[in-house]
Design a protein around this ligand. Structure first.
Ligand code: HGY
Ligand code: MN
Ligand code: MN
Ligand code: MN
Length: 410
């Protein structure tokens, strides 16, 4: 006899707290950069939970982990999941929440004695953040056939370590070929990481898609010289070019307005000394927009501006593309499905695009895909103070459960 499956909120919060203790950093966050020892420890903990729940666990050749709960029938599963790698100033919920909520859905089905028609798969993908190795969403991109294993393995971090070697070192270079598990549908539950839901006073977001992402690295070569004796007209100051670039990007977003955002998140000077004009600058530019044509325009204007300021400074500049994804629109029927279930739970769901990148944007290349958002307090994320109210976390997991249940019984 089956009963109605219900999310066990206390268990979800306990697991979120336990996972946050892996790679814990001051302020309550966690730092588990992709393929570090801390990432391995987080992976081991979650895989242990998956196995303890009797799920069949597969690790593929890029380290993606899939845990399958059998259905009455074999065949393509309904898939949910996210990532458990973090940025260096990670919060407790980014990525972790979607993976652990998926495990709670499996526990709820077990407790209700429910066997769904189709299998249910809970996944976490390798290197979603792209903070150490680029591009981001790498594991799901390989799974979706957008990047070869060889290219992924060849990615290096700033200390020259190769992703393939790091995957081997932490013991997660699996045997399964990427893309083996092709889901019939994919649903990702995630915190919004922005202020929109909170400012609108809404609990559930029915995500319409993901904005386009453009990541580039710039390396500027100038001339080291004495800060005191070198006349301004004789300088080739790489530090000035980097600063001018950051100022330009901010001004560009102001001029373009709308959805355009731009960030210079990495900016390193050498020799980085108070009395030496920098001869080397490495900086990154992250541009995003929901409109591909505007994103391209932002790129072209930024590239031209940086080339021009470098040339005027007598410095050389090299540009390298780290990631480039066009905007993604999710399957309309899936978005409507999320809305309908949210309403059935008494919520007033809000449609919104995702400002952050997610594995769902890659899975949308393979199958009907949707995302469910819950609010982030003050919209803060990629910060140890990232917070979502327990009631909102439980509400999101309850909506996920019924969205998945309907898909798995269809
Ligand atoms: O940068 C992003 O939005 C993604 O979380 N990696
Ligand atoms: Mn995330
Ligand atoms: Mn993130
Ligand atoms: Mn993300």
């Amino acid at each position: 006899m089956t009963t109605t499956p219900v999310i066990d909120g206390i268990h979800l919060h306990a697991r979120l707290a336990a996972l946050a203790r892996v790679g814990a950093i001051d302020g309550g966050g966690c730092a588990r950069l992709a393929l570090t020892d801390a990432d391995k420890d987080g992976r081991d903990l979650v895989v242990g939970w998956m196995r303890a729940q009797g799920l069949a666990v597969t690790v593929d050749a890029i380290g993606n982990v899939f845990a399958v709960r059998a259905g009455r029938e074999d065949g393509p599963p309904v898939m949910t999941g996210s990532h458990i790698d973090t940025v260096r100033t990670g919060g407790r919920f980014d990525g972790n929440y979607g993976v652990l909520a998926g495990l709670e859905v499996c526990r709820a089905f077990d407790a209700a004695g429910l066997v769904t028609r189709h299998p249910l798969c809970v996944a976490f993908f390798t290197n979603e953040e792209g903070a150490r190795f680029q591009p981001d969403m790498m594991g799901s991109l390989v799974h979706a056939g957008g990047l070869s294993l060889q290219e992924a393995y060849a990615a290096t971090d700033t200390s020259g370590l190769r992703l393939g070697d790091e995957l081997e070192r932490i013991g997660y270079r699996g045997r399964a070929a990427p893309g083996t598990i092709r889901p019939r549908a994919f649903v990702e539950l995630h915190i919004e990481q922005g202020p929109v839901l909170e400012e609108a006073g809404r609990t559930i977001g029915a995500v319409t898609g993901v904005q386009g992402i453009s990541w580039h690295e710039f390396v500027v070569s100038g001339t080291a010289a004495h800060a005191g004796t070198t006349p301004m007209r004789l300088r080739h100051d790489a530090g000035y070019v980097a600063a001018a670039a950051a100022t330009y990007v901010r001004q560009l977003t102001h001029d373009m307005g709308g959805a355009q955002v731009g960030t210079v998140g990495v900016s390193e000077l050498r020799p980085n000394l108070i009395n030496v004009i920098a001869n080397h600058a490495r900086f990154t530019v992250d541009l995003r927009n929901t409109d591909e044509a505007l994103l391209r325009q932002a790129e072209q204007r930024t590239f031209a501006a940086i080339d021009s300021v470098a040339q005027a400074e007598g410095a050389a500049v090299e540009r390298r593309r780290l990631a480039r994804f066009e905007p993604v629109v999710f399957d309309a029927a899936m978005v409507a499905h999320v809305e309908r279930v949210a309403r059935a739970h008494g919520h007033d769901p809000m449609r919104l695009p995702s400002g952050a990148g997610h594995d769902a944007q890659m899975m949308a290349r393979l199958c009907p895909t949707a995302m469910i958002f819950v609010p982030s307090v003050t919209g803060l994320s990629h910060n140890v103070a990232e917070y979502t109210a327990p009631a909102d976390l439980e509400a999101g997991a309850a909506v996920l459960l019924d969205v998945l249940l309907e898909l798995a019984q269809a």
